[in-house]
Design a protein. Structure first.
Length: 300
């Protein structure tokens, strides 16, 4: 769900262009927030019109108001709700986004966590990539893990010691992430030639990420506003990047509390550029040497 509102709305105009009125927008905006936590505010009616117009027509409805009623009460409501959230949270993401967090992971975080493993103070390194979109972020993390382990005496042990758990609200995005197949455009977005040569193979004009990178990543659909299932955590590191900005202040507080509960003592939290835990949680301290939003759980 990375930077969903930055997607270019280039859907081909349909012959029947639907307009949304203020009442319909209010109903759909509130319902989208109730379902997903995404807060669209007052001024995004054009986005709802562009993203959902085709789905409204596909559902057989003649207006956004009819579509809202179908979402609430229709026999196929669950299927249309899922499609709607997929379209609203359409994923904008790329490899090694903002670079700094991945460098900090390799130079600060992994050495610290590996030290605990070596001393017998822990048995695994557990990383959660929340809002993982179509997989570029968790696979970027996996490549950095492989880079780090190559410099250690236990080069191949990452396969047993490291687990990356990746989730997104969009089941469509999760399916794409599991496939690990990317087109030429996606491959140009942030991926160095070194990583492309080391970890990808060309397959029918698409690029497939290697099994070596995939083997430590597990994908699951998950809505950040829901209670986590039993198989979640605790984690050493959480990447919660370019998603918190789309939530209301109240939901931000709830989610930061959830992150604090799901992190191991002293665990690390990475946010997106311009995102901040201050004002929403006093459970984290900013890592002092970092000019990037990078936090550590305050030891209780």
């Amino acid at each position: 769900m990375h930077n969903q509102h930055h997607k270019k709305d280039t859907m081909k105009p349909s012959h029947q262009r639907l307009s949304i009125n203020a009442k319909e927008y209010g109903l759909l905006r509130d319902y989208i927030q109730e379902l997903s936590g995404i807060s669209l505010g007052e001024l995004k009616s054009y986005l709802v019109e562009n993203r959902l117009g085709g789905l409204v027509l596909e559902s057989g409805c003649k207006s956004f108001g009819d579509f809202y009623l179908k979402l609430k009460h229709g026999p196929e409501a669950a299927s249309f709700r899922e499609k709607m959230i997929d379209l609203i949270s359409t994923n904008e993401t790329f490899w090694f986004r903002d670079k700094h967090p991945f460098d900090k992971l390799e130079t600060v975080v992994l050495p610290s966590l590996y030290g605990k493993l070596r001393d017998g103070r822990s048995s695994s390194i557990d990383i959660w990539c929340a809002a993982c979109s179509t997989g570029q972020e968790p696979y970027s993390i996996s490549m950095k893990v492989i880079d780090f382990y190559k410099k250690t005496p236990t080069n191949a042990a990452y396969g047993k010691q490291v687990r990356i758990f990746a989730t997104d609200i969009s089941s469509t995005a999760i399916c794409k992430a599991k496939e690990g197949l990317y087109d030429a455009t996606a491959m140009k977005r942030g991926l160095d030639q070194h990583y492309k040569e080391a970890h990808f193979k060309e397959k029918n004009k698409l690029w497939a990420v290697s099994e070596e990178v995939k083997k430590i990543v597990t994908f699951q659909t998950f809505n950040l506003k829901d209670a986590p299932p039993g198989n979640f955590g605790p984690f050493d590191v959480i990447f919660l990047r370019h998603v918190i900005i789309y939530f209301s202040d109240e939901l931000k507080k709830t989610i930061f509390d959830k992150m604090a509960r799901l992190l191991k003592p002293g665990g690390f939290l990475f946010l997106g550029n311009g995102e901040n835990a201050a004002g929403y949680s006093n459970g984290f301290k900013k890592v002092a040497d970092s000019d990037y939003p990078f936090y550590q759980l305050i030891m209780k």
